[in-house]
Structure formats: structure tokens, C-alpha cells
Design a protein around this ligand. Sequence first.
Ligand code: NAD
Ligand code: UD1
Length: 342
Amino acid sequence: MSILVTGGAGYIGSHTCLELLNVGYEIVVIDNLSNSKLEALKRIFELTKKDFKFYQADLLDKMTLEQVFLENNIEAVIHFAGLKSVGESIEIPLHYYHNNITGTLVLCQTMRKYGVKKMVFSSSANVYGIPKNVPVTEDSPLKPTNPYGRTKLMIEEILSDLYISDNNWSIALLRYFNPIGAHESGRIGEDPNDIPNNLIPYINQVAIGIRDKLSVFGKDYDTHDGTGVRDYIHVVDLAKGHLKALEMIIPTTGIDAFNLGTGTGYSVLELIKSYENATSKKIPYTFTHRRPGDVDKSYADITKSNKMLGWKALKSLEDMCYDSWRWQKNNPNGYNEKKEKN
Ligand code: NAD
Ligand code: UD1
């Protein structure tokens, strides 16, 4: 029996494939490589010495998806495949709705056809929108403020309707907070295509000299030092959360949502300091205006995932910073040796 990993060549998917292989799961990966590189999969093999099947295909390609289920004995699906940029989702919403939602519909239809009814789905803390209270519990209001977040909420609702229609499904909705860091080997990590939007990929590029300085977006937020507070979680801890969710859904049925975070919020200035301590690199920065759509603070209540999944993030903020830096240092151009500076 195999676990099908959609989007397995991506940032979180690649780290999860590695953990799955390391504990002995057989996996099959499907990815259209729209936001990832084949090299990530090669490196997973290099690190684990375990072979796995890869289909370079789009989830919207129903024929190929059928082929994947016909050719493999799939037990459960971990569904990472999706587009994830908030800004881009505002510019090209139809593309986001089509890719994320239709892709998931085609996947679910195919799973149902082949009698596979177990899924771990990559949702996002984005479904909470502007949190009223922190830490954010799973039963907080769901009010995403952008098309990307709405695709995640709509998919959660679709999966919930699916379960209501057929109680044999078993689904875990994992709401990630802010994944950062990289595998300790320094061989796999986050490889943004463009100028990075997110904090750590940007800081990495400042540290390596691709960018001069970081712009800290706003210093008048309602937080202890005025800068935005987030729940950063090491991608390897996050990947391990997927294995716990899989262990939970395989022998049971039902649908439930879980926050995956550390439960602790850090400000932008605290993150910069931790990065500097961990790496001995100076990160020059200036304050600029707030980024539209940014919230003051968002961090998870992790009571439910601790209890029900038996999972807890173990790595510190300094671990996250150091591992991010090691990945950047060892792979200044990401997976692409020839990538030019932006
Ligand atoms: P990523 O872009 O690195 O990985 C997603 C992968 O899916 C990519 O390899 C991409 O090529 C593939 N893909 C996209 N659409 C596809 C399609 N139609 N068919 C086949 N493959 C397709 O992103 P990530 O950071 O690894 O995120 C994984 C999942 O987690 C996404 O669903 C994302 O929305 C969600 N998520 C990510 C974050 C984050 O901060 N990284 C936070 C919350 C939720
Ligand atoms: C962003 C997305 C969110 C997504 C998350 C993880 C937006 C509005 N939100 O959230 O939907 O789930 O990434 O992928 O895009 N910051 C700077 N300078 C920078 C970059 C960021 O000061 O160059 C600040 C931000 O204002 C924020 C913090 O750093 O306070 C973290 O930013 P980021 O890494 O983009 O994550 P989120 O804002 O949580």
C-alpha cells in the first residue's frame, strides 16, 4: 500500500515525503512542477536511498490521475498541491479557484471511484482571516480575507460535505501557521521563484547578499514591539505532524481540523535577532509602511493537535533560523544552479 502525495515536490511536500520514506511508508508523488523542481525529488532519493514513483502531471488531468490510482495501490492521500500566494490570488482569482478547488474536486472524484477515502489536506491559518483572539483555536470564526484563503475554506467545506454524504471518509484538515526552516541536511528547502514575499526567504537573501536590506512592514501594530507577530514552525516539525495525522485517519473515519503551529508568537524584530544570533550574519533593515492585509498577531492554540494527534513541534526559533540559513548558504540559487539574481 502507498501514500499518494500531491504537490510532493514542493516545500512542505518534499519534507513530508522524506519523513514518510524514513519511517518506511511507500509513496507515490504527483506534481506538475508549476512551483517546484524535479531536483527536490532527486535529493529526497539521495537522502533516503529509497525509490518512489513520480508522475509529472496536473491534478486537473483526470486521465492521468485515474492512471495513478489504477497503477498503484493507494491507501491514503496527502494533498499539498495548490497555489499559495495571497497577492497573486488577488490578481488572478479564477486561476486560483480553478487550480485549487477544481483540482481537489477531480482528486476526490477519482479517490471515490477507486475506493480511497482517506485524506490529509493542507489548509492554512489563513482561513481564520483577522483573528479576534489569540491564541487561535480551531473553532474560531472562519473569515478569510483573500481568494487564496477562500479556496482553502471552500475546500474544507467541500470535504466536510463529502464526509456528511459518506461517513466512510476519514479526513484531517491541517491548518498551518508559518512554516519556515529546512531539513538539517541542507539539501532540501524553500526555493521561491520570484522576489520572496515571506519574511524568512527574504531575510535569507539579505544574509547571502542577493538583497541589501529587509523592509520591516510597519512598526505601529498592536504588539509588544510594534511589529507583526506570527507563529513560525519548523517545516520538519510540520512534516512530522502529517505522519501523526495519517496515523490517526487510517484506522478511523471522520473529519476534523487541527492547528499546526508551536503556540508561540514572535515579532519580526525578534525573528531578526534570533536569525542574527543563530547565523552570526547581520540583517540590515528599515521600517516601511504596513503591508495591506497583514494582521497584528496570529498564533495557534495547539491544545487540540497535541491531544488528538499526539504531536508537538520541538524545534526552537533559532533552529528554524539556522536551518533556513544553512539551506540558503549551501544552495545560493536554490535548486537551480544557473538561476540569475532578481
Ligand atoms: P509549494 O508551492 O512549494 O508546493 C505546492 C506544490 O503543488 C508545488 O510543487 C506545485 O508545483 C504543485 N501544484 C500546484 N498545483 C498543482 C496542480 N494543479 N497539479 C499538480 N501539482 C500542483 O507550496 P508549499 O509551501 O509546499 O505548500 C503546500 C501546501 O500547503 C499548499 O496547498 C499551500 O497552500 C499550503 N500552505 C502553505 C503554507 C506556507 O506558508 N508554505 C501555509 C499554509 C498552507
Ligand atoms: C503570509 C500570507 C499568508 C500565508 C503566509 C505563509 C499575506 C498577507 N499573508 O502571511 O496568507 O499563509 O504568508 O505563507 O501575504 N514581513 C516584513 N517584511 C517582509 C516580509 C514580511 O516585515 O519582507 C512581516 C509581515 O508584515 C509579517 C511577518 O513579517 O508581520 C511575516 O510575514 P510572512 O512571512 O509574509 O507571513 P504572513 O504575514 O503570516
